[in-house]
Design a protein around this ligand. Structure first.
Ligand code: SAM
Length: 265
């Protein structure tokens, strides 16, 4: 994405920049804008402006979230830059955290008593969703991540983040490949933010079936940006109970949808 605001967006949006700074920024920006309009047209330029604005808003919100809880969850990290010891590395998706308000919004769609459920984030990265989920009174919250560097940050976030608001006492982050994780036999909410390709999803679905058939304890699958949801759509023991094509999220450069599946009684 072409960056029109380059480091300036956050200051402008948060109103922190002095008037003379605003003037300088506009003076720098206008020639760039006109050049872009001449080369690409007005429609393409307004698309770029909207994307840049969303990107800037997102960075600001993410920094504020991390600052509020004194944690480190923002930013994206490519898997090539991490020391992952798994044959499934090439099938994984890079680290990018779920926006906090999107997570809370999707979770609000579940009409459950959290105290009866375990929560698992498959591919938890730096543990933002683990942190957010532990603000609800789940029985247990577990993050699964195969990149040791991210696991270390996630553990630090859980231990050192402002914990006054954590409502779950059993919170853990495990360094392992998601396919190796034994899905609990208890009632559980399984969370995925598009962490891997269809082949890995199928392996997880197989594990889910094994777990479910033991005692048929209720399971929910929350799938944000559900690129491979067909895997769950084909499971005879699950049905889709909610979905939206695009969650309105002005702070995100992209709009993702989500689907929620539940086991059939
Ligand atoms: C899009 S990020 C989602 C981060 C987090 N769940 C969230 O919503 O904030 C995907 C994460 O899945 C991890 N991942 C990908 N394949 C994996 C696998 N096979 N086992 C464990 N973690 C995996 C990546 O390292 C990355 O941190």
């Amino acid at each position: 994405m072409m960056c029109l605001f380059q480091d300036q967006g956050c200051s402008v949006l948060s109103g922190e920049m002095a008037p003379c700074g605003d003037k300088k920024m506009i003076e720098d920006l206008l020639p760039k804008l006109f050049r872009h309009i001449r080369t690409n047209g007005l429609n393409a330029t307004s698309d770029v402006i909207a994307k840049n604005l969303r990107h800037s808003i997102r960075s600001t919100l993410e920094e504020r979230f991390d600052h509020k809880f004194q944690i480190d969850t923002a930013g994206s990290i490519q898997l090539e830059d991490l020391t992952i010891d798994s044959d499934n590395k090439a099938r994984g998706v890079y680290y990018e955290p779920t926006p906090p308000h999107v997570f809370r919004y999707i979770l609000s769609k579940l009409d459950i008593d959290h105290r009866e459920f375990d929560f698992v984030d498959f591919g938890c990265g730096k543990g933002r969703v683990v942190f957010l989920a532990s603000q609800y009174p789940f029985r247990r919250v577990t993050g699964i991540e195969f990149a040791p560097e991210l696991v270390e940050v996630a553990k630090h976030n859980i231990e050192c983040g402002k914990s006054g608001c954590l409502n779950c006492e059993n919170v853990d982050v495990l360094c392992m490949d998601a396919t190796q994780f034994e899905i609990p036999d208890s009632k559980a909410v399984l969370y995925f933010y598009n962490p891997f390709d269809a082949m890995i999803m199928k392996a997880i679905a197989q594990n889910l079936e094994t777990s479910f058939l033991k005692n048929r304890a209720e399971k929910y699958v929350i799938y944000y940006n559900p690129q491979n949801e067909v895997v769950f759509e084909r499971l005879p023991f699950m049905k889709k109970v909610a979905s939206e094509k695009r969650v309105v999220d002005f702070a995100s450069p992209r709009f993702h949808g989500y689907s929620i599946f539940r086991t059939i009684d």
